[in-house]
Design a protein around this ligand. Structure first.
Ligand SMILES: [Zn+2]
Length: 209
């Protein structure tokens, strides 16, 4: 996760976000020249900037959390609902407070507000999971084919014997089921046969050319 950066009073600052991947804290990005200018000239504006960042730390932290939320909080978990099932009350309460802060702040981005609203909806039980996109007819046919494979293989062995239909080899542990006519989605036994992997690759390459 990248550190989220904000520009405050012309200086880029980064937040060591929420104590998850980083220590909590503020990173101020200054070029070497800028840094020595501030120090040599005893420029007090740097202190003002730190003050400014510090006084805004809650909303900055909340924005940073919203910007990165899905990328690390939900990764590898069961989507948004994991927010209720996998986090304790204290964490949920923290998310809730930050989400509210973001929704109330005029400078929050649309994306931050969207994440905040989703968090609140999930915590209040108002979240409706988006429907999974419909599978295409090809995907459906493939799923059926994969499910039926073990039984089809058995039928083919009974019909043709355990051998590759091209070279007659029976050395492989698991001969592949292939369709003689690739374009057909219908699973008819007449269209199916067993083939070894090397023949399958050879025939596929030949068809490509
Ligand atoms: Zn073969």
């Amino acid at each position: 996760m990248d550190i989220t950066k904000y520009t405050i009073d012309g200086v880029v600052i980064g937040l060591g976000a929420v104590g998850y991947h980083y220590e909590k804290g503020i990173v101020i990005y200054l070029s070497e020249g800028d840094a020595s200018d501030y120090i040599e000239n005893k420029d007090s504006s740097l202190v003002d900037i730190i003050h400014s960042v510090y006084s805004q730390r809650h909303i900055l932290d909340a924005w940073s959390e919203m910007d990165n939320f899905e990328h690390y909080r939900l990764q590898g978990y069961g989507g948004w609902m994991s927010l209720k099932s996998d986090y304790n009350y204290q964490s949920q309460n923290e998310f809730h407070c930050q989400a509210k802060l973001v929704l109330e702040h005029d400078d929050s981005t649309e994306y931050q507000k969207k994440v905040a609203q989703t968090i609140i909806n999930v915590l209040y039980g108002d979240y409706i999971e988006p429907e999974k996109p419909e599978k295409s007819p090809e995907e459906k046919a493939k799923a059926v084919f994969d499910r039926k494979k073990p039984r089809l293989r058995l039928k083919l062995v009974i019909r043709d014997g355990y051998q590759c239909d091209n070279c007659g080899s029976n050395k492989e542990n698991s001969l592949c089921i292939v369709k003689k006519d690739e374009s057909s989605t219908v699973l008819e036994m007449e269209n199916l046969t067993l083939r070894c992997r090397s023949c399958m690759a050879k025939i596929k390459n030949k068809n490509k050319k």
